[in-house]
Design a protein around this ligand. Sequence first.
Ligand SMILES: [Zn+2]
Length: 495
Amino acid sequence: MSRIRSLSALVAASLVTAVAFAAPPPVNTHPELHAIAGAVRASNLRATDVALVGFGTRHTLSTTTSKTRGIGAARRWVAAQFGDISKGCGGCLEIVKPAQSFTGPRMPRAGAEVMDVVAIQRGTSDPDRVIVMTAHLDSRRSDVTDATGDSPGADDDGSGVAALLEAARVLSKYKFPATLVYSADSGEEQGLYGGRIIAQYAVDHGWKVEADLNNDIVGNSHGGNGARDPHAIRVFSEGTKSNETLEQAAYRRYHGGGVDSPSRNLARYMAALAEKYLDDFHVRMVYRTDRWGRSGDQVPFLEQGFPAVRLTESNEAYDRQHQDVRVENGVHYGDVVSGVDFDYLANATRLDAITMASLAMAPPPPADLEVKGAVAYDTTLSWKPSPGAGRYDAWWRETTAPQWQHVQKAGDTDSVMLKNIILDDYFFGVSAVSKDGWESPVEFPGFAGSFARSPKLGPDGKPTGQRYPGLSGKYGDHAVGPASWQQPAPGPATH
Ligand SMILES: [Zn+2]
């Protein structure tokens, strides 16, 4: 018995060593991404942040008529910046201002208009495939309903909006097959309203959103507790899709996929890009949708079934966030420009820009990816071809590993067999690679990993199967997904 076991262990060892560990995807090096990272300027980020703070307050309910103060003036200024960037690229940016009136616990009873300022850089060959970057323009004071007092919001989220404009400036010099969208949201602090507006805009315009990179609090490198790590940024990603059905959840729980949502594989992609292209700046993946009990504009994208992550500085300073500017017992409160480290913010912006560029250059991850190999020694992956792909890479990793480890190249085909790689023992995925070597994120098979908008809809336009109850983030239990998906609430028990 022991002899048989040692023999099989020997065979297994020789098979495993035959498969070399690989650098995680994307594998190829593209000088364009070095150039994009190199073009980001800390001085531009500072100028934007100072200008935003100069509006006094950017509270969602602040004045919209003043030329110098409040959210209206700030929105017009951001639109003018997009306009200037567009002039420099032959009109490559289309500027739209989707708006909607909301009421809610942090909004007037009669409702108030929330407006986003959005720049769209249309893709050259696959314009419906969209990579979104979001940040929120609005700011707040200790009292979230105080719309008149000063509220600088230099880091939360002036830093994110500065990154947004700088990414647009740098990326506007290039042409991409897919569309890039830069959205300066309002209404975040009042209840993620601006995120809901742009996510709904994506749905209404039939966008296939492959990623939302939500930048919120990305500019400070000094933790309020003295902790400091200027060489890392946290990327938060959900492990399982927020709108999977109970049936899909049951399948995923048994077979795996709990740490392989498209959002998670987007985070892995960003981590690999940072290692390859950024100078000592790293992604700390956090396996959560957001910080504990907190939320952000990536959540409305997740609720609409789109992959999304949140970028937030490695160490936060809570004395600065959501606080009136004041000194109390020698402690400086308030979100002022001196709390922003613009070299740190520049690295965060570089990560955004190279991620957007790499995603937009690469083909989409393959559709309808499946894996087979139960009670067999080989594992087979099959998929529908991705437009623009010249070949595919099959990836796998230990089930406990955070990053993809092994790769087998497949040609311009729709399936690949991995000889003597046992399906039971690893997690698998496939990336699509263009003819000139641009690689998509790795996609995990089945519903759990698909980058396609989820859930699949039945003929009645509603998701098939019963879904989990709505997310219960900080901002309450609003239903998940658009109104047309909603199922009637269960009636009172009758037995
Ligand atoms: Zn924020």
